[in-house]
Design a protein around this ligand. Structure first.
Ligand SMILES: [Cu+2]
Length: 154
């Protein structure tokens, strides 16, 4: 009984700490042919806290490194550009989606096929690491994007 009590106390204490300020919704990783060395992850990140949070790329079990990228129009072309971080205002969301912000998985360490799972993380400015497990969805199943044809990378 003592053990039981300890466990339930633990649950009571831990849950409020796990009520993260940041919520990752609808994550997925783009599945590409195995010849591709890089791919991208997409998701919506919501900041439920009352202060802005700065997010940086963390690590992944499927890539050597991660970078946050955005797309910019430059001389009529869509170019992608590395962002050191993104800041999400209090109560706000940022959508990572094809043609916009995305988390690049660079130098894949294993194939990422449709139906696989990939984990990746994001790191908040307070040092908290947010772990995400995302399904891989083939690029062929992705909803068409009006920017798709001008993207400079997979
Ligand atoms: Cu990119």
């Amino acid at each position: 009984m003592v053990k039981m009590w300890r466990i339930s106390l633990c649950v009571l204490v831990v849950i409020p700490l796990l009520a993260q300020a940041l919520e990752i919704e609808n994550p997925y990783v783009r599945g590409l042919p195995p010849t591709q060395r890089n791919t991208a992850a997409f998701f919506t990140v919501h900041n439920a806290s009352d202060k802005a949070v700065e997010l940086k790329a963390g690590t992944s079990d499927a890539a050597e490194r991660l970078e946050i990228h955005s797309h910019r129009h430059h001389d009529g072309m869509m170019m992608m550009q590395e962002e050191g971080s993104v800041t999400i205002g209090a109560g706000k969301s940022i959508v990572f989606s094809p043609g916009g912000y995305h988390l690049m998985l660079i130098d894949l360490t294993r194939p990422v096929r449709d139906g696989d799972e990939v984990s990746f993380s994001l790191v908040a400015d307070d040092g908290e690491e947010i772990m995400v497990v995302a399904p891989v969805i083939s690029v062929l199943k992705e909803a068409p994007s009006k920017h798709e044809h001008t993207e400079m990378h997979p």
